[in-house]
Write a protein that binds this ligand. Structure first.
Ligand SMILES: Cc1ncc(COP(=O)(O)O)c(C=O)c1O
Length: 481
């Protein structure tokens, strides 16, 4: 091995050069982005030790405290925390805080939550009840308030600890948070919202309002996704509702156990800069919204592809659309979404955020206004495959198996890998989520059913289908007998 080589750093540099047009994370860039000005050549001298007097510590309010107060005011929080390990860390903190607030209670969780929420159950040792989101055409949207009310009723004697939802979805579907907050609060439960994809919400009159201002009690925000900070930086916001006082202390405790003692101050500074840009940059956000609207208009008028979010208002649980995410139905235009994404990247150097077999999702940073001419031209030059127009023949989503153990007990139990056929009736040790739509089909601790195995294998066998968490679709990790 040649220790003079730096393959990772070289690959990054090559990628950055060869893919200048990106409609994907992270959401920074664009003319006048203050991050570039701020870090530039000075990055090394700004990379300081943690807990510096005059920055993080010392006479109060410290600059860190002032920054946090500004962030809380910008999002409408009682208090905000900066995080250096993503919204994943935010979800871990939220779940730990809820477990501290309501020991032994079960979280009522949207089944399509991010894996970090399930991972948090390994930390808390608690259990969860799940509520299915609306799933249409391979896309998981949000929860409907009446379904949450029914699930609360069905919990009967079980003690619940919170309602935990995700909004916006990967496709930009914003749930009716006010209605969800009302249902949760009527049952005496705090509402936790994973708003990872919505750091920018509420910062322009044309954007949906953020979850905190609609009554959420704890909000996880992946600021780096569309909010403009550096990758891995995120925030947690506490609302003003009836649980705020008790939750605040729990969040402080929880944060201290999943926080590095050397959080990168570069990441924290990027949060400060992103907050400033969002809170003072309505005009720039307006430019980004204008470009996104123009892309939608040109796709519609091209007559070949569809804008999936045009249909969102009639989806149950609808609260709004994030206009900076543009889900494009490529299947109606005769090309599978995965193939479209691959061709755009490989032949045109244009990267979009994600694909399903039905389409692609392009996204815009809240304050960047990139040229869309190349994307529009490349889209309409995509080859047509009449077979792709057919509806995908995915089997229906399988019902979830009964929970036999908590996620934590299953995770730590001795386990073994068995052939998928032999896994029926056994208890899963890992979660598996078939894409699309990426909803965990089985969680650690749940019983594996024949229906589940058939579904997961059908998705794995489909072109571009894949199963997250599987060692291989032919085998499964189960709790040892
Ligand atoms: C809904 C949701 N929550 C949380 C996360 C985790 O965010 P991060 O990558 O900032 O840890 C993601 C990541 O994609 C996500 O989609």
């Amino acid at each position: 091995m040649d220790q003079r080589e730096t393959p990772y750093a070289d690959a990054m540099r090559a990628y950055a050069t060869s893919h200048p047009t990106r409609f994907h994370l992270p959401g920074h860039g664009g003319a006048g982005d203050s991050l570039g000005d701020y870090f530039g050549e000075r990055m090394l001298s700004l990379d300081l030790m943690p807990m510096m007097h005059g920055i993080d510590m010392g006479a109060t309010p410290t600059p860190l405290e002032r920054s946090l107060r500004l962030a809380a005011a910008a999002w409408g929080a009682r208090r905000s925390w900066f995080l250096a390990n993503g919204a994943s860390q935010g979800n871990q903190i939220a779940a730990l805080a809820i477990a501290g607030l309501r020991p032994g209670g079960q979280m009522l969780v949207q089944r399509s939550v991010h894996s970090s929420v399930i991972d948090a159950l390994v930390l808390t040792g608690g259990s969860a009840r799940f509520v299915a989101p609306v799933v249409l055409d391979g896309m998981a949207h949000g929860l409907v308030a009446s379904d949450v009310a029914a699930a609360i009723g069905a919990a009967g004697g079980a003690t619940l600890s919170c309602v935990y939802v995700v909004s916006p979805s990967y496709f930009g579907f914003v749930s009716d948070i006010a209605a969800l907050a009302e249902v949760a609060h009527a049952a005496g439960l705090p509402l936790v919202v994973d708003e990872a994809w919505g750091a920018h919400l509420g910062f322009h009159p044309s954007l949906p309002q953020n979850a905190l201002r609609q009554g959420a009690d704890l909000v996880v925000s992946s600021t780096h996704k569309l909010g403009g900070s550096l990758t891995q930086s995120a925030m947690l916001h506490l609302g003003h509702g009836p649980f705020a006082g008790a939750l605040e202390a729990q969040v402080d405790r929880a944060r201290s156990i999943v926080q590095s003692t050397s959080e990168s101050n570069l990441l924290l500074a990027s949060l400060d800069l992103a907050r400033c840009r969002l809170a003072t940059g309505a005009a720039q956000i307006g430019d980004a919204l204008g470009v996104a609207e123009s892309l939608r208009g040109r796709v519609r008028s091209g007559g070949r592809f569809g804008i999936v979010s045009d249909g969102f208002p009639i989806v149950p649980g609808f609260g709004g659309v994030d206009p900076l995410r543009i889900p494009i139905d490529t299947r109606v235009g005769g090309i599978n979404g995965h193939r479209a994404r691959t061709i755009l990247a490989e032949e045109h150097g244009i990267l979009v955020e994600m694909a399903t077999d039905a389409g692609i999702v392009a996204l815009f940073a809240a304050s960047a206004a990139p040229s869309i001419d190349g994307l529009v031209a490349a889209l309409h030059a995509l080859p047509v495959d009449p077979v792709a127009r057919r509806e995908s023949r995915m089997p229906p989503l399988p019902a979830w198996g009964t929970a036999r153990m908590t996620v934590r007990d299953a995770f730590f139990a001795p386990n073994e890998i068995v052939a998928a056929g032999d896994a029926v009736g056994r208890v899963a040790a890992d979660s598996l989520a078939a894409y699309p739509p990426g909803i965990p089909n089985v969680m650690p601790g749940e019983e594996i059913t024949r229906e589940l195995i058939d579904f997961v294998q059908a998705v794995a066998a489909a072109e571009f289908g894949h199963v997250r968490g599987a060692v291989d679709a032919g085998v499964m990790r189960v709790v040892a007998l």
